[in-house]
Each structure stands twice: as structure tokens, then as C-alpha cells.
Design a protein around this ligand. Sequence first.
Ligand SMILES: Cc1cc2nc3c(=O)[nH]c(=O)nc-3n(C[C@H](O)[C@H](O)[C@H](O)COP(=O)(O)OP(=O)(O)OC[C@H]3O[C@@H](n4cnc5c(N)ncnc54)[C@H](O)[C@@H]3O)c2cc1C
Length: 393
Amino acid sequence: MRQLTADDDLTHEQSLLRDTVAQFMANEVSPTVGDFEKRCEFDWTLPARLREFGYIGGFLPESEGGYGMNHMDFAVLMEEAGYCWHSLRAILNTMNMAALLLARLGTPEQKERYLRPLMNGQLRVWVGITEPNHGSNVAGLETKAALVGDSWVINGSKLWITNGAISEMGILMAKVAPTEAGGPHGITAFIVDSNQTDFIKKRVHTMVLQATTTSELTFDNARVPAGNVLGGVGQGLKNILLALSFGRLSVSAGAVGAAQAALDLSIDYAKTRQQFGAPIGSYQLIQKMIVDMRVRTDASRQLVRRAARTLDRGNSGRMECSIAKLYSAQAAHEVADMALQVHGAMGYSRDYPIERIYRDTRGAIIPEGTTEIQTLIIGRELLGLSAFGTGAG
Ligand SMILES: Cc1cc2nc3c(=O)[nH]c(=O)nc-3n(C[C@H](O)[C@H](O)[C@H](O)COP(=O)(O)OP(=O)(O)OC[C@H]3O[C@@H](n4cnc5c(N)ncnc54)[C@H](O)[C@@H]3O)c2cc1C
């Protein structure tokens, strides 16, 4: 049974938010997660029901429909989402990245048409950056956009896109020809509305985050209205980076939540499972794993909160977010691995959450910048020397 204790890092309001959200997740969401996971489906009633807590765009100012929450508030929310269901955390992350981009870059018409329903939980969205040939090297993306008459004609494909095949709207990163480009790489963000643009959507099944619809999207002379550029031609790379720092905080906080869930389940199990006439938790080797799990979870939480505080002070937080992502994503999977060991064969069972937590914590290590990419970012910040290969941004 989960024990929510006083947390001196949090303000009274943040503690209240954590406790209220934790209760909602435990009562309203957790009981249904197993069924949705078995069907590889997401509960699309959740975004609208979670909106009042600030889960979608709560960090935006009230003038944009948000609650003016800070990064620490957001980290609290995402930790609780990750505690409950990592697919939920991932889908909220995509929705929030889209909300952030629309709020910062959108025209009043674009905000009215897309940001408002998105924040009400009534619009499903994707953010498409990765391609079959370009993952970590974002600046190398090859999807092309050319202005023909009153439309942009898009050619190329996107891979591993969360929500891609099922969403009403997406934000696509594509390159415009050098003559049309306003920035160094020509990368431009486009709003792709499924009611306006024809393209091929295919679900791709993966080991991780199975309730999300990971997808491949193919654009073959697909037409996007000229007015659907988001944030200026050639300004896309800068805008991706803006959303990525935010995404890194989100995935790190979610990883802390998943680690905490694995730890709590393991403590309960170790106290009740009997072998050789005693609870397995009374054996030192099991206690060692439980203690290691706790240390990694606590350390991750502190790194995430430092990153949130750094962002709240108005700093870029580039290094702090990368350190938090690097450590917490790896630590959460190590914690889940130990949790699986504590549970014995029960840990592998599809009827028990550890199996899902084990897979989904592995799923936090690659997206939002892999371990290696975070390491290179931190190295560049520390040394002032870039170890990225040629062509990297
Ligand atoms: C579940 C899931 C959901 C996702 N959702 C989205 C989404 O919604 N939108 C989206 O755009 N993308 C999404 N992605 C894609 C994700 O962002 C990419 O997988 C990630 O950026 C890594 O790219 P890649 O998989 O092509 O690996 P690659 O970039 O090909 O890397 C392969 C390996 O090489 C390493 N590597 C690469 N470059 C270097 C280097 N310079 N030095 C050392 N090592 C290096 C990497 O760390 C990795 O270990 C998602 C991925 C997953 C798994």
C-alpha cells in the first residue's frame, strides 16, 4: 500500500496537488490500466478528466487557458502520471509539447482552432521529428516541403511517432528548400490537420508503451495549406529544442514515478511473500535490492527537482535536464529490473504491473534523446567542446 509522506521540497499547494492527483490516479485510473494494456489501447477519456489538475498545458499562462503552473508543479504531475501508467505519461508529454509549441508560436487563429480543444482534452495530437534515417541527428531530417500555389507539398516519412495513426492533428518537422529557408537548416514546423491533408498512417508495434499508438507516417505529395506553418519558415530547429528540454523534464519525472511504483510494489511483496518459513523481505539479499532501489529513486527525484528549479529560475536548464534524463531513465529501468527479481516468476506475469513497468522504463531511455546523446550534451556543456558527429545539431 502506498504511503504518501510529507515532502519538504514541496510547497503546501504542491503537496496538496500531489495527494489529490495520486488519489485520483489510484481510484480512477489504476484499476483500468491492465485491461487497456492487454488490448494495447489508451483510455482517451482521460485527457479531459485530467485537464482540471493542469495535466494539459497547466504551465501556460491563464491568458492561454493554463493555470500558470511552474516546472516543479509540472514535475509533480508527471511523477504521479508515471507512477500510475507510463503510457499515460508519454501521451500527456506529446500533448504538452504540442500545447507549448502552439502557445508560443501559433497565430490567434491556430490557437483558437487547435490549442483550445487540445487543452480541453478533445484533440489528439502527434509531434513528428524522427525519420527512418534520422533519429538522434535531428538537424539531418530529410522530409521535404515545397510551396506550390497555396499549399506546401510534403514528401518523406516519419517513424516512431506517438499517437501518429489516431490523431486529428500533428506538428510535422520538414525541410524547405534553401531558397525558401529562413534559418540555417530550413527546418520548419507545419500543422498537419487530418481533415485537410491525406497521408498514410500505420501503427508500429513495439515492446514499450504499448497503450500508445506508435506510428509510421508517410507523406507522398501531401498538401498542407500555406497558412499552416507554425512559428515561421526555417525556425523549426530552434522550436524543436524548446520542446525537447521540456520533454526531458517530463520523461525524467515520469521515470521517477515508475521507479517509485516498482519500489512500493516490491516492499509490499517482500513483506508478504514467504519462502523458507519467513517473508523474503527478511533476507539480507532482498533488503539490499530494496535499499538500492530506494537510493536510485531518491537520487533521481532530486535531480529532476533540481532541473525543475533551474528552469523555474528562468535558466536554460540544458545541462540539468540532460543530467536528470540521463540518470533517472537508466535508474528507473535498473529499479524495475530489481523489482522483477524481488517478484520472482510473478514479475514476468502479464497479470501483474511489474512486467509492464519493466518494459516501459526501458522505453524511457531512447526517446527525448538517448543516453549517449544526453552524455554528449553534458560533455559539451562541461568542456565547451562538441563530440557530436558531423552534421549533428
Ligand atoms: C516509444 C517511442 C516513442 C517515440 N515517440 C516519438 C515521437 O512522438 N516523435 C518523434 O519525433 N520521435 C519519437 N520517437 C523517436 C525517438 O525520439 C528516437 O528513437 C530517438 O531520438 C533515437 O533515434 P533512433 O531511434 O533513430 O536512434 P539512432 O539515432 O539511430 O541511434 C542509434 C544508437 O546510436 C547512438 N548514437 C547516435 N548518435 C551518436 C553519437 N553521435 N555518438 C554516440 N552514440 C550515438 C544512439 O544513442 C543509439 O544508441 C519515439 C521513440 C520511441 C521508442
